[in-house]
Design a protein around this ligand. Structure first.
Ligand code: C2E
Ligand code: MG
Ligand code: MG
Ligand code: MG
Length: 290
């Protein structure tokens, strides 16, 4: 009798230990530990005015370096954070990190704008919205210097879209639709909701100059955005040929490795300032806005 009881107990204990270990190293619990241990940081990719080459804005992109040195990309962990209900915490951390970089990003740097990525859950979370609102107020910048980027999923049903956009309008930030063309979005929503900008996903930019069947799509996206009076930002520009095409189509803002990879705030500031000196005759605005 003793033997089977021991076996069963032993078996149960090992199962429990295995489950515990598995849970310890699962992505959601690693994310949780990562938040606690401050393993997240933010880099900024310049957004460039095609006509002048000036860096007129930047997109904040979150990064995760685990304490063992391993880098995990947002394409891997953001979807998991969304599924496990952790995305809002990450977004709030991103907002805090941006606020810490504010001196480099905003001050004495008239008009420079910053794009922040929001997931669908962020729009529905009062804590996130409140944090965005209070960040804008703390920083004492014109709220329209913050652009919130949302993927097409945020625009799936009209009522939610309207509510989300209306809340952003109250705060005064701009709203861009990200990765346009890769997800589901209804053209009627696009037309009936007041958006500011449309970001063309890099998969379309990369068809420029190729003979692929999808290479004509980008021209239609640009024409549609222009028809809707949306600002266009082309993502993932890697070659001069792509830049030349976009210029010829009347696209004004671009982002991509041809100009710069994502960089830290100090490097961004240095590059943006020198770009402005090079390309514009502008008096530095040292403390005008603050
Ligand atoms: P996204 O918002 O569309 O960001 C653009 C992505 O394209 C970034 O990838 C950027 O590093 C990459 N990229 C920029 N230029 C080029 C280029 O010339 N060539 C190529 N091949 N790639 C380029 P990243 O930083 O890995 O971010 C991936 C996605 O993760 C983002 O796509 C965004 O959807 C999400 N993400 C990043 N940061 C955040 C965040 O703070 N919050 C949320 N919710 N999502 C985020
Ligand atoms: Mg984005
Ligand atoms: Mg994008
Ligand atoms: Mg993307």
């Amino acid at each position: 009798v003793l033997v089977p009881v021991g076996l069963i107990a032993g078996g149960l204990i090992s199962v429990a230990v295995l489950l515990f270990l598995r849970n310890q190293s699962s992505m959601p619990s690693l994310l949780k530990a990562g938040l606690r241990k401050n393993e997240f940081f933010v880099v900024y990719q310049p957004i460039v005015e095609l006509k002048t080459g000036a860096w007129v804005g930047a997109e904040a992109l979150v990064r995760w370096r685990r304490d063992n040195g391993e880098m995990i990309g947002p394409d891997t962990f953001i979807p998991i954070a969304e599924d496990s209900g952790q995305i809002c915490e990450i977004t709030m951390r991103v907002l805090e990190l941006i606020e810490r970089d504010a001196a480099q990003l905003f001050y004495g740097h008239k008009g420079f704008f910053l794009s922040i990525n929001f997931s669908a859950q962020d729009f529905a979370n009062p804590l996130v919205i409140e944090k965005l609102d209070s960040m804008v107020k703390h920083l004492r910048i014109a709220p329209d210097r913050i652009h919130v980027e949302a993927t097409e999923r945020v625009f799936m049903d009209l009522e939610t879209t309207r509510r989300n956009v209306a809340r952003m309008r109250e705060i005064g930030v701009k709203v861009s639709i990200d990765d346009f063309g890769t997800g589901y979005s209804s053209l009627s929503h696009l037309a009936s909701v007041e958006l500011d900008a449309l970001k063309i996903d890099r998969v379309f930019v990369q068809t420029v100059g190729t003979n692929s069947v999808t290479s004509s799509v980008i021209g239609h996206i640009i024409a549609m955005a222009q028809g809707l009076k949306l600002k266009i930002i082309a993502e993932g520009v890697e070659t001069e040929e792509q830049a030349a095409y976009l210029r010829q189509q009347g696209v004004e803002l671009v982002q991509g490795w041809l100009y710069s990879k994502p960089i830290d705030a100090v490097t961004l500031r240095a590059g943006a300032s020198s770009g402005m000196d090079r390309n514009r005759d502008e008096v530095p605005e040292s403390t005008k806005e603050k």
